[in-house]
Design a protein around this ligand. Structure first.
Ligand code: ZN
Length: 307
């Protein structure tokens, strides 16, 4: 079991201001960060009223997105005049709602209704407005950004959760914004078509090696004042133990639906059922592909078994 990290509900570390999202920043919310003196807001999907006040009273010059997911851009529409920066690999879904839906991989015929409902929710619940590439600015690979004398930000490209996921390290106050490598007991999400569990694990280990003294995940907890090795190990163990269970289960030929029926991600059926089934299937398919690549599983006539 992971050691329980110490967490503060809200705190500033030097000019780095933690803006907690509602309900501990759980989906559909996240935590935001505001860099005082620089007017930089990271992941504008925390409290909408608070972000509106921040814009009106203190000003937001730039919005930085850690990645393309809706629970990180939900209130981006409040900042039409701000420079919006993202890694170029994550730009396509922001430009087009249909591309965004494609990036979720809801392309099977049985998911047509889910896709339509989900697209409506992205617009109504997350205020999606298309942002073509011409309206975005891009982070350069591992860019170091001077914010003002005595404060810089390193943009760390940590793909896996999404291809263009970035984390932000502020070396002077030793603060690392982890975004969705959030060290929660739920573990990482790697079920999008362009997600990779293998790259997720490499990115988590890369983030673990950053010499930070405060860690800010985008969900749950708060500002972590310690992040012991056991916490990182437990986070990676979530998908790895899932994968071991799947490999055990493949002692008999199994379909993707058989694996989804195990509810290895959400533990039990939840509503809306078609959404959670889709997530279980997408996750199962990711593991099966990884097992096949390593020569541990094969598929014959739609059924998977151990190699
Ligand atoms: Zn995400």
């Amino acid at each position: 079991m992971a050691a329980t990290p110490k967490a503060a509900v809200e705190c500033n570390v030097g000019p780095i201001r933690f803006l907690p999202g509602p309900n501990r920043g759980r989906y559909p919310h996240c935590h935001s960060v505001y860099v005082e003196g620089a007017g930089v807001l990271i992941d504008p999907a925390s409290d909408r009223e608070r972000l509106t006040r921040l814009r009106d009273e203190e000003g937001v010059r730039e919005v930085w997105l850690s990645h393309w997911h809706e629970d990180h851009f939900a209130h981006l529409d409040l900042f039409p005049d701000a420079i919006v920066r993202i890694h170029p690999a994550d730009a396509p879904p922001l430009a087009d709602l249909e591309v965004l839906m494609d990036w979720y991989g809801m392309d099977e015929p049985e998911n047509r209704s889910l896709r339509e409902r989900w697209a409506e929710y992205i617009v109504s619940g997350f205020h999606f407005r298309p942002r073509p590439e011409s309206e975005l600015s891009f982070f350069a690979p591992n860019e170091e950004i001077g914010l003002f004398p005595g404060l810089s930000a390193r943009v760390l490209h940590v793909p896996g959760h999404t291809p263009g996921h970035v984390a932000f390290f502020f070396p002077e106050p030793s603060v690392l914004f982890l975004s969705d490598y959030d060290l929660t007991p739920f573990g990482p999400w790697y079920a999008d078509p362009a997600s990779s569990l293998t790259r997720t694990i490499a990115s988590v280990r890369a983030l673990q090696a950053v010499p930070a003294r405060r860690w800010i995940p985008a969900h749950d907890g708060g500002v972590l004042t310690e992040a012991p090795p056991a916490l990182w190990d437990a986070y990676i163990e979530v998908p790895l133990s899932r994968e071991r269970k799947i490999l055990d289960f493949l002692s008999e030929p199994r379909s993707v639906d058989d694996i989804a029926d195990l509810w290895l991600v959400y533990r039990k059926p939840r509503e809306p059922l078609d959404f959670y089934r889709w997530a279980e299937r997408a996750t199962a398919k990711k593991h099966l592909k990884r097992l096949a690549e390593r020569g541990l599983a094969v598929c014959e006539k739609g059924l998977w078994r151990r190699a």
